[in-house]
Ligand binder design. Structure first.
Ligand SMILES: Cc1cc2nc3c(=O)[nH]c(=O)nc-3n(C[C@H](O)[C@H](O)[C@H](O)COP(=O)(O)O)c2cc1C
Length: 246
């Protein structure tokens, strides 16, 4: 059994789609291939990988309530290939979005289901994840916390001359907190992996980061204000040289 995981985020690094594709792949048996679909230059390579696959997992962000525009021409090319070659292919989708409600991915799921129907391949369902940015931030923070825990453990050994369990226990507590917020995502994703392994339908399921919406909005606002300082999103518009009107 060969499964191809396609990370459809246009981000070069640290995409939520890439992370969740990798996480799912860890629980899928058989031959696995991970592909990145960012630009037109990737289309040929990704299509080649799909040709001898049993299942394809598209992992993508929700853009403007739909499939990101750079993915649509690829779907057209894949549809032509499928109509010509009639492959026995199972398609699963993992979609993540910025807002907290995973159900916002429903229109994207419908597009992907229609794509499968037109292409004559088997739509096996999809998982929509709300709070994708937060999921991504949590896993990056967890990696940083792990690094700090290791560093503090080494420093404690150098300083005290003996092993101190404190930093690792602290990390364990942080990991449990992250697991609590991500428990819906982990549970649904394991279920999805189970269905991929058996090539069974998963249906359309929606989950989210386990945080009340009003708390999420507060965190999201703070996050985007800070992010705007580093990426210029909020201030670039104000500071940019204005083009003279034609
Ligand atoms: C151009 C653009 C459009 C977006 N549109 C939506 C949207 O309609 N609804 C939503 O909840 N999030 C939207 N988002 C947020 C992304 O879905 C979210 O940041 C996602 O976690 C990115 O995933 P990635 O890291 O895999 O690229 C949009 C982001 C961008 C850049």
């Amino acid at each position: 059994m060969k499964t191809v995981f396609i990370d459809c985020s246009p981000k070069k690094r640290l995409s939520a789609s890439g992370f969740i594709a990798g996480f799912t792949a860890a629980f899928v048996a058989g031959k696995k291939k991970k592909e990145k679909l960012r630009t037109k230059a990737d289309y040929g390579r990704v299509l080649e990988a799909v040709k001898d696959a049993d299942s394809v997992v598209f992992s993508m962000p929700l853009y403007v309530d739909g499939v990101p525009s750079h993915v649509l021409p690829f779907l057209r090319e894949m549809e032509l290939y499928c109509k010509e070659s009639n492959p026995a292919l199972n398609v699963y989708v993992i979609a993540n979005n910025g807002f907290i409600e995973g159900r916002q991915n429903e229109p994207l799921m419908q597009v992907m289901e229609n794509f499968c129907a037109r292409s004559g391949i088997s739509w096996r369902g999809g998982l929509g994840i709300g709070g994708g940015v937060m999921m991504n931030v949590m896993r990056i923070m967890l990696t940083v916390f792990f690094g700090l825990a290791i560093l503090n453990t080494i420093l404690a050994v150098v300083r005290e001359g003996s092993f101190q369990a404190g930093p690792l226990l602290g990390f364990g507590k942080q990991a449990l907190e992250v697991l609590f917020f991500g428990c819906g995502i982990v549970a649904f994703d394991l279920w999805l992996a189970f269905c991929i392994n058996r090539q069974k339908p998963f249906g359309k399921r929606y989950t989210r980061v386990m945080l009340p919406s009003f708390v999420f909005i507060l965190f999201a606002d703070i996050f985007f204000v800070i992010a705007s300082f580093f990426q210029g999103g909020m201030f670039r518009g104000w500071l940019a040289k204005k083009k003279p009107a034609d």
